[in-house]
Ligand binder design. Sequence first.
Ligand code: KG4
Ligand code: ZN
Length: 334
Amino acid sequence: MKQTYILAIESSCDETSVAIIRNGCDEVATVVLTQMDIHATFGGVVPEVASRHHIENITIVIEECLVKANMTMDEIDAIAVTYGPGLIGSLLIGVQAAKTLAYIYQKPLVPVHHIAGHIYANNLVKPLQFPLIALVVSGGHTDLIYMKDDYSFKHIGGTLDDAVGECYDKAARVMGLPYPGGPRVDQLAHTGEDTYGLPLPKDDESYDFSFSGLKSAVLNLSHNERQRGNEINVANLACSFQNRVIEILTKKTMRAIKDYQVEHLIVAGGVAANKGLRERLERLCQQQQVDLSIPPIQYCTDNAAMIGAAGYYAYQLGHRADMTLNAKANEPLS
Ligand code: KG4
Ligand code: ZN
C-alpha cells in the first residue's frame, strides 16, 4: 500500500502547530507551540496578540516538524490546513503558510474544517466506526454531529450562545480562578459538593445547548452572596456548575445516540479533557453498551495532528483548494 504523508497546519486560535501524519492515523511528528502563558496575563486570548505570535513562529514550527520527522518536503503528498472557523487573524497565518508551501513545492492544498479535525483526532487512537455521534466541546464550540460515513457530517445541534469551554473560562473568572479556567474548575469540582441551586440550561427536546444563562447565574449568585457579606465556597460552586454542564451535555448526547440508533460515541475538543465529563460518559456508555472514544489530552486541545488525520480523508475524497483559499472566521461544518 502506498503511504500517504500529509503535512498539516493549525493556527485557528492560540496554538501554532504543524504535524506530519501517515495514512490519516499514524502520527509521524507533531510540534505545538502554545501561547497560553502569554494570554493568561490578559485573562483570555487577545486576537491581535495571537496572530502576531503566529507570524513569528510559523516558519520555525514547520522546520522543526520536518526535522523531528526526519523528512523533506519532497516526501510530503499534500498540505492540509485549518481554514476555519476560528480567529480570522490567526487562521490567515496558517492559510498563507500552507498556500506558500503548496505553491513552492507544487503540492495539493487540502482545506480542513477545524471541527472535522477535532473529530478525526480520535482516528489517531483507533479507527472511527460508523455510524457515530460526535460530541465536540471546546473553547469555541459545542456541537453534536451525526456521521454516517467517513467525512459525512450532519450537524444535529449546537450552542446557541457561549461554547461550553468559554462558559467554563468565564465562570472561573467570576470564581477568581486564573485563565484558562476549565481545568481549574474541573479540579476544584472534585473537592466540593453540589450545594448551589444553579439552573439546568436549555433542558428541552432539541439537541441545542445554551450556556449563557448558567454563566449569568454564577455571576449573579456570587454578586448577591458578596453583597450579603457571605463568603462563596468556590469548590462547591465549581462542583454545582460542573454538575449542571455535565448533566445537560450527557443527557442530550445519550438521547442523540438513542434517536440515531448508533453504537459509537466520540468526544473531542479541549473540554473532552474534563475528568467529570469523561467519568460520567464512561459510566453511561458502559450501562448502555455504547462504544466510547475520547482521545488523550494532547489530541483534545488544538493541534495539527488532528488536521492531518482529517486532511487525509479529505485528500482521498478529492477535496482541493487553490491559491484563492481564504480563512473563514465562521464556517458551518457540512
Ligand atoms: O479545543 P481547545 O484547545 O480550543 C478551542 O478550539 O477552543 O479548548 C480550550 C478550552 C478552554 O476553554 C479550556 O478552559 C477548556 O477547553 N478546558 C477544559 C478542561 N481542559 C481544557 N474545560 C473543562 N475541564 C477541563 N479539564
Ligand atoms: Zn479547537
